[in-house]
Design a protein around this ligand. Sequence first.
Ligand SMILES: Nc1ncnc2c1ncn2[C@@H]1O[C@H](COP(=O)(O)OP(=O)(O)OP(=O)(O)O)[C@@H](O)[C@H]1O
Ligand SMILES: [Mg+2]
Length: 465
Amino acid sequence: MVPAFPSSAHILVVDDEEDILLAARLALKRHFASVETLCDPAALPERVRQGGFDVLLLDMNFARGAESGAEGLSLLAQVLAIDPQAVVVLVTAHGDMDLAVRAMKEGAADFVVKPWENERLIATLNAAANLRRASAEAAELRSRQRGLAAASQSENDLIGASPAIRRVFDLIRRAAPTDANVLILGENGTGKELVAREIHRQSRRSKEVFLRVDLGTVSAALFESELFGHRRGAFTDAKDDRTGRFRAATGGSLFLDEIGNVPLHLQTKLLTALERREVIPVGSDRAEPIDVRLICATNLSPEHLNDEQVFRADLLYRINTVEITLPPLRERREDIPLLLEHFIAMYAHKYNMPRKRITAAALDRLCAYDWPGNIRALRHAVERAVILSEGTAFEAEDFPINAERRVPAPALAPVSGGSALDLDTLERGTIMRALAQHNGNVSRAAQALGLTRASLYRRMQKHGL
Ligand SMILES: Nc1ncnc2c1ncn2[C@@H]1O[C@H](COP(=O)(O)OP(=O)(O)OP(=O)(O)O)[C@@H](O)[C@H]1O
Ligand SMILES: [Mg+2]
């Protein structure tokens, strides 16, 4: 399919026949941002060093050379030695499939056969330009992540010595080096994302990209375009080709966070892509292979995850080859002192504050607390204490928690004060009322609240309903 408006790609065409260059220029100029031609193959290495083009269309059989294509292959090797990311599309003589296959093995992105059909040439160059963009994106992410990883490894350290967390570490160690799909389960703030990153770090793909997609925030309308990509003109806002996340993560790990939030009809699309190991961008008729290690996470309880009305069983089997369940902090209280130490050191360093000790009374209280927000809440409590406390040691009052806190019944809920706890209480009350009005029917209560079933389940679980 030839797109209706020009691509932003810059094309460089190399051939030693002026006629061919002219034909290429005429065929391509309306479809690409620029088309540059080069008649002297010997000048190509220098031109590649200068950069500034996205796709190189390279003839394999120069008129004065033999038909072997040897000169073309050697030029391809030179180009890739100068720019390993270069995207090269080859032009081969009709019937010379062996040469085309060999060139693809040696790093060419695609090939067209001479004499070419314009439509096909344009489509091939467009796909190649898209590939160029995707690999440039991934390369940038990789280098950014390497920088970040070096700067913040201690922020990403997984802390814990309890038997429960040690079982998790052990599972990570065994599952990470395999390419198995991993599903991470756990309440809010238990460390699911951290575990996903750790799996990537210990995997064979650690030098490649780790890409996170928060499916909780992707709207249903953009779901396919976000994950699978789209072609220009596929819908009104599709001004340019877009590489989907599956392709952008090629070679690396794709972390689908909050997978429990995906509505059922989109779960089917995801399942199809995973089963076929290929994606079809919106507006395209060409499937593209995917090569990612899939890591998913959700805070849905196993009970809700196994409810076919919320989550498709066949998708679940596809993503949970290895399942890692993160225990809530209240089930591994022996980790609380370790985590406190870790976060106190981290924030004292960050805010340039003294590294104070913590009083026994404060420690008792923090260890007795149930931590419904788990490690994230503990981390925030420490950050606040480090910034605000004035004494020589951290006291119980420095941590804004109420160890006696039990979620009160909605009728007794305080409505003033403006704290996040009040909001939680209000939300819990509203959900309880909606459920009561609909005799506990979750579908109807969800509809009344304007929520999907999955997101109502999530909220019910958060409030222990
Ligand atoms: N074992 C751990 N050691 C140190 N820090 C941790 C640990 N687990 C989690 N954290 C920290 O707690 C915070 C929450 O972790 P993370 O975002 O991974 O949780 P989550 O399970 O993805 O939460 P949510 O369900 O709300 O998305 C992060 O700041 C993370 O660094
Ligand atoms: Mg998370």
